[in-house]
Structures are given as C-alpha cells and as structure tokens.
Write a protein that binds this ligand. Structure first.
Ligand code: CP
Ligand code: NVA
Length: 307
C-alpha cells in the first residue's frame, strides 16, 4: 500500500495543491530572509541521485534539505550503478529502508517511474529527458512575483521542444494561461501533452513556426538550450533548425513592452539567447534560479507533510 506522494510531474499535484505549494514557497522565502528556521525534514537523510551534470538542482536541493533540518547524500552512477548491479525495484526497496526521500536526475523517465513505483518514500523528478517539473514550479513562482498572477498571462516558449517545454505543457493542464510554443517543424514538444493541455479546459496552447508572431503581445518569453543533456550529439543539427528562434533584443522588442525573459539555465550565450537579453532589463533569470531553492523546499515540505 502506498502511503506517500511523489513529484514526478507537475500534474501529480492538483491545481489547488500547486497554488498552495507556491504560497508555501513564498512563505519559506520570507522566513529565510528573516533567518527563521522551518525543519519539516528534521532527522531525515535524503538521497540525491545524479546521472547528469547539475549546478542549480544539486546545490539548491542540498542547501534546501539542510535548511529544512535534513541531511543530503549526493549519489552518482559510480556508487550505485542503478539498474545495473541490481534491478531498479530492488534498489528502490533497499533505499527506502535508509532514506527519507529521493531526488533523481537521469535520462530515462521510465526509470524514474520504476523507482517511484517500488520506493516507499517520496521520489522527486530532478529532470529526465522527458520533463523537469521542479524547474517549472520555480518558473511559475517567478512569474507570480513579477506579474502578480499565475493565470491570465501569455507565455511564449521559443526554441527546442524539450523537457522544459513538456513540463510547461503539464502546468498548462492545471493553470489558465496562453502558451505559444515557437519552434521549428522538426523540434516539436510532446504533442500528446499539447492535446492534453488543450483538452484540460485550462490553458490554450498553440504551436507557431514564425518567432515574431509567436512572441507578439507575450508577457513572458522563455528559452532553453537548443540541445539538451542527452542530445549533445544533435547540437549542430538543432542549431541549424533553430537559428531563427534566437531570443535577441529584436525578438524581445516584438513582445509586450514590460515582458519578462526566463531561461532555466545553464545558457549557451550567443546561441539561444544573446548577452544583451540575458543581461538586459527584461531578464529575470537569476531570480528564477534563486526560486529553485524556495520552490523545492515547498515541494519537499508538501510531500512529507501530506503523506
Ligand atoms: N536549471 C537546472 O536544472 O540547472 P542545472 O542543470 O544546473 O541543475
Ligand atoms: N533542457 C535542458 C535543461 C537543463 C536544466 C537539458 O535537459 O539539458
């Protein structure tokens, strides 16, 4: 019998739970600024499994767990060889006897689902080739801070239809905004998620191949690297297909005059985004990166308190 919650997709939370989690993230941010402690993970050790590189996810989870009273273990492929030395299900059952929770960043989304299925403790998706839900919670927290609302805005995602795009499409099934994906015909996101978002009765999602049309009137412009981790062998091909989708000053000038520009980072400056935009007046990318910490502390708190 499952007596715990996981966070593998934004859609693991209801609309109300997303809104409550965002409110908690704001409260935790305020408390941190006032140097007030909150320790829902007191005495717990969490495992952070990484099969890909990371700056933000690793550090924000380690710091976040410590600030919530817990202790984090950084675990790479070398130590546990997940799915190789033993089945993922056996590893999940053993890890559950030691740890309070697991965050995993890996290639295959199915592996994460398998781990969560057999673990008796909360499992958090820290990025797969398919999705990156923790990032999107920090993104929407940033949108709320800057625009004052999490519904009724227009966001254009410009670039490769990837794990970030897919998680925004999952959020589109819970909140009410307009999402335009500006990308080439060959770099589309998961089209089943586009359909699910449009059927959800929440957001409206369209695909647009003309970048200037895509950003027209947008309150938020979002971009990410053209070739994700796990696809670096396609970097040249993706760059050719997405060259017209660079977020530069000219493109930003076509959007709402007060628009904000988001990027999950790391950025490849001069490719998907110019220095002028990254360092310019519309960019909120470092506030967005900071919010990873607050959003994830809120997600972990919800998972341990709402079993
Ligand atoms: N945005 C993000 O997940 O960054 P890292 O890859 O550095 O963790
Ligand atoms: N789409 C990028 C996001 C990195 C945070 C990747 O998967 O590499």
């Amino acid at each position: 019998m499952r007596n715990h919650r996981d966070f593998l997709a934004v859609t693991d939370f209801s609309r109300d739970e997303i809104i409550e989690t965002l409110a908690l993230a704001r409260e935790l941010k305020d408390r941190r600024n006032r140097h007030e402690e909150t320790r829902p993970l007191d005495g717990q050790v969490w495992g952070l499994i990484f099969h890909k590189a990371s700056l933000r996810t690793r550090i924000s989870f380690e710091v976040g767990i410590a600030e919530l009273g817990g202790h984090a273990l950084y675990i790479t492929e070398k130590e546990i060889e997940l799915g190789k030395r033993e089945t993922i299900s056996d590893a999940a059952q053993v890890l559950s006897r030691y740890l309070g929770g697991i965050m995993i960043r890996t290639f295959s989304h199915k592996d994460v689902e398998e781990l969560a299925k057999y673990a008796d403790i909360p499992v958090i998706n820290g990025l797969t080739d398919f999705s990156h839900p923790c990032q999107i919670m920090a993104d929407i927290q940033t949108v709320y801070e800057k625009l004052g609302r999490f519904d009724d805005f227009k966001i254009t995602y410009v670039g490769d239809g990837n794990n970030i795009t897919n998680s925004w499409l999952e959020l589109a099934q819970r909140l009410n905004f307009e999402l335009v994906v500006g990308t080439s015909e060959d770099t589309l996101p998961d089209m089943k998620l586009v359909e699910a978002a449009n059927k959800s009765g929440h957001s409206r999602v369209t695909i647009e191949h003309d970048p200037a049309k895509a950003v027209k009137g947008s309150h938020v412009i979002y971009t990410d690297v053209w070739a994700s981790m796990g696809q670096k062998d396609q970097a040249d091909e993706k760059a050719r297909k997405l060259r017209a989708f660079q977020v530069n000053e000219q493109l930003v000038s076509q959007a709402d005059k007060n628009c904000i520009v988001l990027h999950c980072l790391p950025a490849e400056r001069g490719k998907e985004i110019t220095d002028g935009v990254m360092d310019g007046p519309h960019s909120v990318v470092f506030d967005q990166a900071e919010n990873r910490l607050h959003a994830q502390k809120a997600i972990m708190t919800v998972l341990v308190e709402k079993q």
